[in-house]
Design a protein around this ligand. Structure first.
Ligand code: FES
Length: 184
């Protein structure tokens, strides 16, 4: 009696393992390019207050004005928490802080306006002095204007204020992939 092996992957299973590998490849590529660029940039972590709904903007402390003013473009990471029914969801977010001299700053939401990927500031190479998004090669200048790739609008600039020597940003997310700046 012959023995028939079982467990041979079906076409579907084979297809999904290929797409998983492709996805992992993209992910690793995007992460290594991101890490390669921002290594050495100080990343500050802050826990922001609760975000009660997705649409609600939150004032978030980004750091001391004196410290931020002494450096170039910096990415600041923080965590927002919001209630989703009975569950408290914590979400990581980032902003890019662009010192403009003295106590003036421009702050951009850290998500690319194309599909929401993380972009980063480049100090050297082909994208020197520009923001580059590795997902689909989106490029922005230091003022957030699109200079290449598919992003449909400039980077989302956020409102800021200074209190007791601390830079705060009114953090909000906006709908990706559309030309107008629409709060989520
Ligand atoms: S998500 Fe940034 S270019 Fe597509």
């Amino acid at each position: 009696m012959s023995h028939h092996p079982t467990g041979t992957p079906s076409d579907d299973e084979h297809g999904s393992s290929v797409s998983r590998r492709t996805f992992l490849g993209y992910l690793i590529g995007a992460m290594s390019s991101f890490l390669g660029v921002v290594a050495g940039v100080p990343i500050l972590g802050y826990l922001a207050g609760p975000l009660r709904s997705q649409a609600e903007a939150n004032w978030v402390a980004l750091g001391k004005v004196d410290d931020l003013a002494q450096q170039g473009p910096q990415v600041v990471q923080f965590t927002l928490s919001r209630r989703d029914g009975w569950v408290e969801v914590r979400e990581a977010r980032t902003c890019w802080v662009m010192p403009q001299g003295g106590d003036r700053f421009t702050v951009f939401n850290g998500r690319c306006t194309h599909l929401g990927c993380a972009y980063s500031w480049h100090t050297q190479g082909s994208y020197a002095d520009q923001f580059f998004c590795p997902c689909h090669d989106g490029i922005y200048d230091r003022d957030g204007r699109v200079t290449g790739g598919p992003p449909p609008r400039p980077l989302d600039q956020l409102e800021t204020k200074i209190e007791n020597g601390i830079l705060l940003v009114l953090y909000q997310d906006f709908r990706p992939g559309v030309p107008q700046k629409e709060p989520l």
